[in-house]
Design a protein around this ligand. Structure first.
Ligand SMILES: Nc1ncnc2c1ncn2[C@@H]1O[C@H](COP(=O)(O)OP(=O)(O)O)[C@@H](O)[C@H]1O
Ligand SMILES: [Mg+2]
Length: 391
């Protein structure tokens, strides 16, 4: 055993030690899986305010993640909402590590609130740091960064409610971005989910009304972008450590998997999300080896995004192609659905795990192990409360 009473700074860690450390952590590590608190619940917030992002609790999936952690062997797993009682709850339950499965409670940039709070509390977590959470959940901010690292995304501009009525012909930015292009366009919220408030607008004349509609619903910036008429894909990507067939591996690249083509119905232009139609085998087609080059392009795109943004947790990237088949990134979902697959309904992320000999529990174990490996390798000094459990 390498962990002794020596100071943690002289402490040595490598992946081969992880299984024996996990044996200790199974019995001692107290994990909280946190879902979105409901601001309508008595005592959840001081004042109820606006949420520009459509709220969802994600509690069912939080319980599925918790169940997987328990099946993996962790003996102390709790499921807690992320309202204003969270810090007290974490303290009371003596939690060592949080798993974030929340989009936040309310207010602007809600996806970053809980990681920011955990940073303040000194609590390590599985999930994105506050800056990445915010960047990923603000499509325009993410797209600007994509452009800066040379990753294609549909040409776009934004319009904030404070800028008044949107009149495309009067705005220089519109001419710079779209030139002679007159449609079709997509108008959508910068912070949205589940295709809510995503408008297909055939001609420039319809833009102003759609932008006003997004403003009315979200009180937040609207995104106006070129409509991409091609096929649509998703690809998931997470960290370097994976668990499959009972073993951990540290890969040279992030683990990109579940390359899925979204199957549209005739006349369906915008993919109808899982909130309205469950993800069944006929809605998402796992890409096999029919188009190996395309599949590889998606995998490389996902790895590049993970690397360029220094991500440290799972994202699902939504991609669409233009008429010529070039790939454009629509968004990266900071908290993709991690539903436990059952007979009929699955999630876009878990659809392709079998290709790597992985189960749902293997994915959950991979995400947790990757975070522990990262903390033990890079940040040993800031997790003394976890190192103490290994002694
Ligand atoms: N520029 C675009 N061109 C074509 N379709 C788009 C475009 N932007 C969004 N869509 C459609 O709308 C859906 C939802 O958009 P997306 O940006 O992924 O937001 P969210 O999933 O957060 O609602 C996509 O899956 C796609 O079908
Ligand atoms: Mg999407």
């Amino acid at each position: 055993m390498v962990v002794t009473s020596v100071g943690i700074n002289s402490w040595h860690y490598e992946l081969s030690l992880l299984p024996q450390y996990l044996e200790k952590l199974f019995a001692k590590l107290r994990i909280a899986v946190v879902f979105g608190g409901n601001c309508d619940r008595q005592g959840a917030v001081i004042y109820k305010t606006h949420n520009p992002r459509s709220w969802k609790s994600y509690e069912i999936v939080a319980r599925e993640i918790a169940r997987a952690l328990t099946e993996i062997g962790f003996q102390h797993v709790f499921v807690i909402p992320d309202d204003m009682n969270l810090p007290a709850q974490l303290k009371e339950q003596k939690i060592h590590l949080v798993w974030l499965n929340t989009g936040g409670v309310q207010g602007y940039n809600p996806v970053c609130h809980t990681p920011a709070l955990l940073e303040m509390l000194g609590m390590p977590y599985v999930g994105h740091n506050p800056l990445n959470s915010s960047t990923l959940d603000n499509k325009h901010a993410f797209k600007r960064e994509l452009q800066s690292v040379g990753i294609k995304t549909a040409p776009f501009m934004t319009w904030h409610p404070s800028q008044g009525i949107f009149q495309p012909n009067l705005h220089e930015r519109f001419a710079i971005v779209f030139g002679d292009y007159r449609g079709p366009f997509i108008v959508k919220p910068v912070s949205g989910r589940a295709s809510l408030q995503v408008h297909f607008i055939d001609k420039i004349e319809g833009l102003s009304q759609a932008v006003s509609e997004v403003h009315r619903e979200t009180h937040n910036t609207a995104l106006i972008e070129k409509y991409l008429p091609g096929r649509e894909f998703c690809v998931a990507v997470c960290g370097y450590v994976t668990h499959a067939k009972g073993c951990f591996t540290k890969n040279a690249k992030p683990f990109a998997f579940s390359t899925v083509e979204r199957v549209f119905e005739p006349e369906e232009r915008i993919f109808t999300s899982m909130d309205q139609k469950a993800i069944t085998a006929d809605r998402g087609r796992l890409m096999g080896e029919e188009e190996p080059e395309l599949k590889q392009r998606l995998i490389e795109l996902a790895c590049k995004i993970y690397w360029e943004f220094s991500l440290n947790s799972l994202v699902r990237i939504d991609v669409r192609s233009d008429a010529e088949g070039s790939l454009y990134v629509l968004e990266a979902n900071p908290k993709p659905d991690l539903k436990h697959p059952d007979e009929n309904v699955t999630s876009l992320v878990t659809l392709g795990l079998a290709e790597y000999g992985m189960s749902y529990n293997d994915l959950i174990f991979s995400l947790l192990a990757d975070r522990l490996d990262y903390l033990l390798t890079q940040h040993i000094a800031i997790i003394p409360h976890i190192v103490d459990l290994l002694r």
